[in-house]
Ligand binder design. Sequence first.
Ligand SMILES: Cc1cc2nc3c(=O)[nH]c(=O)nc-3n(C[C@H](O)[C@H](O)[C@H](O)COP(=O)(O)OP(=O)(O)OC[C@H]3O[C@@H](n4cnc5c(N)ncnc54)[C@H](O)[C@@H]3O)c2cc1C
Length: 381
Amino acid sequence: MKRTIYNEDHEAFRASCKAFLDKHAVPHVEEHLADKGIPRSFWLEAGKQGFLGLEIPEEFGGTGAEDYRFNAVWTEELSKVNAALSSCVGIHADIVAPYLADLCTNEQKKRWLPGFCKGEVITAIGMTEPGGGSDLAALKTTAVRDGDGWVINGSKTFITNGYSADLVVTAVRTSPEKGSRGITLFGIEATDEGFSRGRKLDKVGQTESDTAELFFENVRVGDDRIIGEIDKGFIHMMERLPQERLGAAVSNVAHAKQILEETIQYAKDRQAFGQPIGNFQHNKFLLAELVTKIEVSEAYVDHAVDAHFNKALTAIDAAKAKWWSAEVQNDVLDHCVQLYGGYGFMNEYRVARAWRDARVTKIWAGSNEIMKELIGRDLGF
Ligand SMILES: Cc1cc2nc3c(=O)[nH]c(=O)nc-3n(C[C@H](O)[C@H](O)[C@H](O)COP(=O)(O)OP(=O)(O)OC[C@H]3O[C@@H](n4cnc5c(N)ncnc54)[C@H](O)[C@@H]3O)c2cc1C
């Protein structure tokens, strides 16, 4: 089905994203895999070409596109390379960006945003803690007032870009007695004394993304590190989680769609019993179902992207897009592995990696159960 939300400017931008990734990412995916991370050189090159500052105003070095559809195009093209690249770049350019662009003071913007856009300041967001991620309001990392500053203690885990980040937007408890109304966001810099990180975590998939545990041991910062308002961190996060979930949905569908296209080609090329395996009615019908599932999901996600561009996306619709697309992605990729036969289980095949990479999408950005909890609550239960 013809997609209608993207105009020729978006498609021209898509072509430049693809050209950039074909040159600076695709030839290096094995290195990313071996290094368990994306090298700084990639970030700097992406920054130089303006791919990191889509949400950042021009005066601070960004392109100030003010059109989420460009973010979505960039996310799709990254996801076609692999899910980890989309996740690392997405955390920075699509998820952290609105916190900095919307909530920072002018001084903070001058300090962080030019480097953010150039790829010199890689960012991460630290919400999840070893004790729990779904129940965000129960987080335990604390910031205690000390003179005119704060002393931060605690830890975060599963933080994407955690190993390489220069700046971590960190959710911290400032008022113990106030529950979700006692959380504040701080910008913690990697050079802050008392900040440290663990090893790159060994994951089932998305090996190319660096995911780490972060530790805060008596990290002293001033008020100038508070992002947004004191004790309003939970609200700041709730306001921005729909964009995170929408970005996840865009990535989920684009990632599965790409691998499905490659699988259709494989089903034409691979022979069994003297004919292409796609010719067997079972496989032909299966591929017909998978293509339909992807296109129907893409239509919903496109609609959500358009709604977000028009500032009309609800948290509930973002939750629907997130859980549904994650289920479809995992279902489609599991069938793709099956169609590749034994090769589908070999790590050197893109389909195998994609299948492993996809598993986490049902868990992160708010697990699929939490998405259904939100949707169910909205139904009045
Ligand atoms: C590769 C990776 C990258 C990540 N990147 C980041 C990042 O950059 N920043 C960040 O802050 N976090 C990140 N996360 C963390 C991620 O968001 C959390 O793992 C997720 O929110 C779930 O939290 P948890 O792991 O603590 O699971 P828990 O909260 O312990 O949940 C365990 C299980 O219980 C279920 N559950 C919990 N509450 C309910 C409920 N009310 N009803 C029904 N079921 C429920 C969950 O759905 C899940 O199945 C990342 C995780 C991974 C794996």
